[in-house]
Design a protein around this ligand. Structure first.
Ligand SMILES: [Zn+2]
Length: 139
């Protein structure tokens, strides 16, 4: 059962992320569906409903991530933890190359594959957003 997340905590997580998905960086204003509050470590693994275990995620990233904590690095086939928006720095693990989110590390590669960050339809969406100056989101 999903634990209740207070309006205040939702607002805090949204503002901390500046309205952007903390995995693929798309802004809440630009997605088809509203962004969601993601338990980085899912409740079924003991992840708590606290600031340090929550992030803002778009519908697609959240759906593909599910309750997973780890995956295999596609290059080495070794298990690695997924990118953790509270403990890891995005630019240490990914870099933007036009619409492509290029993974830089084992963690980045595993996260890219599991969350399907570079699915063609997602690339197409980001290409349009780049053209209209909405990706990455202007600060
Ligand atoms: Zn996303």
């Amino acid at each position: 059962m999903k634990k209740y997340i207070s309006v205040e905590l939702r607002r805090f997580v949204f503002d901390r992320a500046k309205g952007q998905c903390e995995y693929c960086l798309i802004h809440d204003d630009d997605g088809l569906w509203p962004h969601e509050i993601d338990h980085i470590y899912a409740e079924k693994h003991g992840g708590e409903t606290i600031e340090s275990n929550l992030c803002l995620s778009c519908d697609a990233c959240n759906r593909y991530k599910g309750s997973d904590l780890a995956s295999l690095d596609p290059e080495s086939s070794e298990p690695v933890f997924l990118f953790h928006p509270r403990r890891d720095v995005w630019s240490d693990h990914f870099r933007l190359n036009d619409s492509i989110i290029e993974p830089l590390t084992p963690k980045g590669r595993a996260t890219d594959r599991l969350l399907k960050l570079n699915l063609q339809e997602r690339l197409d969406e980001r290409t349009i957003l780049i053209e209209i100056g909405r990706y990455p989101t202007p600060s």
